[in-house]
Design a protein around this ligand. Structure first.
Ligand SMILES: CC(C)(COP(=O)(O)OP(=O)(O)OC[C@H]1O[C@@H](n2cnc3c(N)ncnc32)[C@H](O)[C@@H]1OP(=O)(O)O)[C@@H](O)C(=O)NCCC(=O)NCCS
Length: 235
């Protein structure tokens, strides 16, 4: 099963190619960001999603409808984004520090997450927030704090899983979710958790970047394409 992954390394450099892909509402939302790099990331992320929908559906970007309704509660805005007219195409987006990653497939559900390893973290506190008992046992028999590299890796893998399902970080305590193996294990899955195993793989996107892809199919064939312009996104 193929999963396509597109990577924008520098949201700032790509932002000016994004505006024409945005809806009028997104343009207005973009203008509200007070911080330049946050605005640019928002624009590129939303533009990539619209470009994906337009390419897949074969329609102009104005006709791409993206729903953010939650599959797990009545909230209209905090769900996993999806194309109203293309339920067969599952996709997921993640961004950190100007790096934007989009993953999509018609053959498997997907969740993607990317974390910058240059973020300042406090390893002991992060370990308490993030690591499950089985992960602590597997990764360290003695330490109360895991190494930053191990923490960033777990973090990306866990977020990828809860983004695949759409539950997000509030519905699934990370200390109850184990992702140190090839499939995710969760103590008490919430309603709407997939029946099938959720597979997790690291995405090698370069030094200092921790990225993970969750899928409902095992061993996906992953293609990674770097983009310099939004319009270059092709299926
Ligand atoms: C989903 C979530 C983990 C993303 O975290 P984040 O720090 O914003 O991280 P990322 O940069 O990796 O991801 C951002 C992208 O996640 C996507 N996203 C938002 N909500 C999502 C959800 N519920 N499921 C999957 N993806 C989601 C969006 O595409 C967003 O990018 P965009 O706004 O540019 O479109 C976090 O926002 C979250 O947990 N939200 C709560 C969802 C919730 O309340 N669920 C309750 C279910 S009842």
């Amino acid at each position: 099963m193929v999963v396509r992954v597109w990577v924008v390394r520098d949201g700032r450099a790509v932002a000016e190619t994004a505006e024409e892909w945005l809806s009028p509402r997104e343009r207005a939302q973009a203008a509200e960001w007070a911080v330049d790099d946050r605005r640019e990331t928002f624009m590129v992320s939303r533009a990539l999603q619209r470009a994906l929908g337009a390419r897949h559906l074969g329609v102009s970007v104005e006709r791409v409808g993206i729903s953010r309704a939650c599959a797990h509660c009545p909230d209209p805005g905090h769900g996993k984004p999806h194309f109203a007219d293309a339920p067969e195409l599952d996709y997921s987006v993640s961004h950190t520090r100007g790096l934007i990653v989009l993953a999509a497939s018609t053959g498997t559900r997907v969740g993607v997450d990317v974390e910058s390893g240059s973020r300042e973290i406090e390893p002991a506190g992060m370990t308490r927030l993030l690591a499950s008992e089985p992960e602590l046992r597997a990764l360290s028999s003695t330490a109360t704090a895991l190494e930053p590299q191990a923490l960033f890796r777990l973090w990306a893998r866990k977020e990828a899983v809860v983004k695949l399902t759409g539950h997000g970080i509030l519905q699934v305590p990370f200390t109850a979710l184990s992702v140190d193996g090839p499939t995710a294990r969760l103590d008490s899955p919430p309603p709407g958790w997939p029946e099938e195993p959720v597979h997790v793989t690291d995405l090698p996107l370069g030094d200092g970047v921790f990225a993970a892809l969750a899928t409902t199919c095992a061993d996906p064939e992953v293609t990674v394409t770097e983009l310099r312009r939004v319009a270059d996104l092709a299926l």
